[in-house]
Design a protein around this ligand. Structure first.
Ligand code: DLZ
Length: 204
């Protein structure tokens, strides 16, 4: 972990083992340049902690506002289709254009498969909200953060809060490690998913 200052996630004294964990990443497609990096950082840390690629399911939704319902459905197992393969999906995340903001990128056209009906140990909800000229940012940030908290408390499955609420594009890029002094928060969310998934298994 590269944090040297006061802020940020400190390294855990325990190296949590993700080799038996199943983790879903649900991500929005708004602000796709940043999303792509965050998802990649999250996947990298999940794998580094031993989570098997076959146990990582990635589901995209249009915007951050859609994250809570999608997380709830993924957890309940009532959503049946997911991208077949992490590598394909990350490839699919190189969305058209290079927009840092604006309308959502098109859904990746990767093949989908029926999800095995096994429970997830953790879900990572990834979105990037960038403040604009209207009140959209405030309403969506507030609604989504409360709803994601409700999903994890109602279901007992950890929902990792991977929603950047940035005041500027620059802030979002920095938090995805896309500036020289930046740090990819997606990595922290991957580690948090493995740690929380491991805790919740013990606490059952
Ligand atoms: C509408 C909207 C706006 C203005 N900005 C963002 C954003 O910065 N990040 C994001 O993830 N989604 C944004 N959206 C889309 C909403 O989250 C949602 O997808 C639509 O309002 C449809 O419900």
């Amino acid at each position: 972990m590269s944090h040297t200052g006061v802020k940020g996630l400190s390294e855990s004294p325990v190296k949590y083992d993700g080799s038996s964990l199943r983790v879903a990443i649900v991500h929005a497609r708004w602000n796709s340049t940043v999303i792509k990096e965050l998802v990649a950082g999250c996947v990298a840390k999940l794998k580094e902690r031993g989570v098997k690629e076959s146990n990582i399911v990635i589901q995209s939704v249009p915007g951050s506002f859609e994250l809570p319902l999608a997380c709830a459905k993924v957890i309940s197992g009532s959503h049946v289709q997911a991208a077949s393969n992490v590598t394909d999906l990350l490839g699919g995340l190189s969305f058209s254009g290079n927009s840092r903001s604006g309308t959502p990128a098109p859904a990746p056209s990767t093949a989908v498969v029926t999800m095995p009906n096994e429970p997830f140990d953790a879900v990572v909800a990834i979105g990037v909200l960038i403040k604009g000229a209207t009140m959209h940012f405030e309403y969506i940030s507030d609604a989504v953060s409360h709803a994601l908290m409700k999903v994890q408390l109602d279901t007992g499955v950890p929902v990792i809060f991977g929603v950047l609420t940035a005041l500027t594009e620059e802030q979002a890029l920095e938090r995805a490690g896309l500036t020289p002094s930046g740090h990819n928060h997606g990595e922290d969310w991957g580690l948090a998913a493995v740690e929380m998934g491991s805790h919740v298994r013990r606490w059952r």
